[in-house]
Design a protein around this ligand. Structure first.
Ligand SMILES: [Fe+2]
Ligand SMILES: [Fe+2]
Length: 343
């Protein structure tokens, strides 16, 4: 009887406080904070066949006159389905531009990057720099840079989009602005910019932006890295991070991109970290153990390793390398002094 009266009085207190925009800590139902970081993001794998089929069908029913972009987003089943995000910090989606099409020029606060999957010769223009797109190229459109995509080639163009959209949404900073014209004028090419990026630089030429990593350069570096066995990371295989060549810092303020090469039959050791990583299989086939589940993957598949889940990678082939492209929110966690790693 005495107990019921007490619970009634807590309920009454809660109700009265709610009317005054107040809430008791006891309503959280926690005795304290959890011993480890917790996330609603769940490990998940998306098959390329499903993504590709959806893109092709979208190509038939969605026009770039009706929709700003023809994009298929990967949605994490652990998160709010309405928002359609793959993780709580980084979004991954795939974009399809048919021959003759143009995705109009705009800019926005979410930073974006493109990793080219298929096609040749279309281009993204970023703040006047024409970046001709070839498979394996990585193109950046940092916050508030003008960008539009044009496919003047005869082939369809497919690429992966990575954006810090969920993070910018959580910070209530999302905005977008359209350019006055459908396409922005082209002022220079990626080649011209790269020519200025040697060890010696022309005096008086400011180079504040870097937008384009060419696959022909990345591939060469990745092959060279995989030569000496000592360079192998026990958790990530042969790991190549895309650094900003002008600052030495991460790919973008909020996203670190990397390539991992796993030699035939390679198995990495298990570790976990505070960062969440989205992977895309660029080449090969293998598996990744995330927590107690094993996800089998092949070229074109994408998967998410949520924060603080133990994970390790396996190359299933006895003859071919596997190459994984990845996007991690580690730069944000490091900036906030929240990054931790355990094995
Ligand atoms: Fe955009
Ligand atoms: Fe990892």
């Amino acid at each position: 009887m005495k107990r019921a009266a007490r619970s009634d009085s807590v309920a009454l207190l809660d109700r009265d406080m709610a009317g005054k925009n107040l809430s008791g800590y006891w309503r959280l139902g926690m005795e304290g904070l959890p011993p480890q970081p917790m996330t609603a993001v769940v490990p998940c794998l998306w098959k390329w066949a499903d993504v590709h089929e959806s893109l092709v069908r979208a190509g038939e029913v969605i026009s770039l006159e009706d929709s700003e972009r023809r994009v298929v987003r990967l949605v994490n089943p652990g998160l709010n389905q309405q928002r359609a995000f793959a993780t709580h910090t980084i979004q991954i989606s795939f974009q399809y531009v048919k021959p003759g099409e143009n995705a109009r020029a705009h800019r926005h606060t979410p930073a974006a990057l493109r990793f080219v999957i298929e096609g040749n010769g279309a281009y993204t223009t970023v703040n006047g720099q024409q970046c001709v797109m070839e498979p394996g190229d990585l193109i950046l459109t940092p916050k508030l840079t003008w960008h539009d995509h044009s496919n003047d080639s005869k082939q369809p163009m497919l690429w992966l989009d990575g954006l810090d959209f969920p993070l910018v949404t959580a910070l209530h900073q999302v905005m977008q602005e359209r350019y006055s014209e459908r396409r922005q004028p082209i002022e220079k090419s990626s080649e011209e910019v790269m020519d200025q990026l040697g060890a010696s630089k022309r005096h008086g030429v400011p180079l504040v932006d870097f937008f384009h990593y060419k696959w022909r350069d990345t591939q060469k570096t990745l092959r060279a890295l995989a030569q000496p066995r000592a360079a192998r990371d026990r958790f990530d295989g042969y790991l190549l991070e895309y650094r900003n060549p002008l600052t030495g810092g991460p790919t973008m303020t909020t996203i670190q991109c990397a390539l991992q090469l796993l030699p035939p039959g390679d198995e990495t050791e298990s570790h976990r970290h505070a960062s969440t990583v989205i992977y895309h299989v660029f080449r090969g086939r293998g598996a990744t153990q995330i927590g107690d589940r094993l996800f089998e993957w092949e070229q074109g598949d994408s998967f998410v390793v949520p924060l603080w889940y133990d994970h390790r990678h396996l190359n299933r082939s006895s003859s071919d390398d596997a190459i994984l492209f990845s996007m991690s929110d580690a730069p944000v966690l490091k900036a906030l002094d929240l990054y931790r790693e355990e094995f």
